[in-house]
Design a protein around this ligand. Sequence first.
Ligand code: SF4
Length: 223
Amino acid sequence: MADRPITPWAMVYERLHAHFGAQDWWPAQSPFEVMVGAILTQNTAWRNVERAIGALRAADALSVFAILGMAEADLAQLIRPAGYFRVKAKRLRALCAFLAAQGVAADPGQLGRGQDPAALRQNLLVVHGVGEETADAILLYALDAAVPVVDAYTRRIGERLALLPEKASYREIQSAIAAEIPAEAAVLNELHALLVQLGKEYCRPRPRCELCPLRSLCPYAYP
Ligand code: SF4
């Protein structure tokens, strides 16, 4: 983000990038695997998602056709390590049915090609089990759309840094970031990954401010 005026969120990006380095998200081998991961990661740790995706891969079931062609109960057993497996099996099948209806079952990375990301977002939000965070993760990490992803880490860190209005909605947080960060998928991809890393290592519920690369910017650390 060189040669741009430095905004508070851009400063956060620069500091985190200097501290942690490139995160190279999303850890997946295809856009469809990103989409599957975005559903499976709801309310669970990533290591559990990896086990579930590994089971899908081992069963040769990591495709829209395979998931739609198997019984929901069998799918649920395969993704059991991700938790809430019956709920998530239903959600995965709903997503796959959506992809098939959009004509991209064979190549889900083509979803919404040439379509306005805002319109595609609205369509995704209608799919059973796809909320704002999941829709935006699919847009950014599977489809390279320049859309900020907001999660619990983003909210916690933004609130502690006093960069968000009190009790901000998802859309308000997204707008606050979009106003200060270039609308480039690569930058937004990296920002979200860096915030997750910060949230895991330092900005935990009980924060480790003394070690945090943002401490000199943070009113929570220096009230
Ligand atoms: S200084 Fe503390 S509260 Fe502020 S971002 Fe870092 S870990 Fe979180």
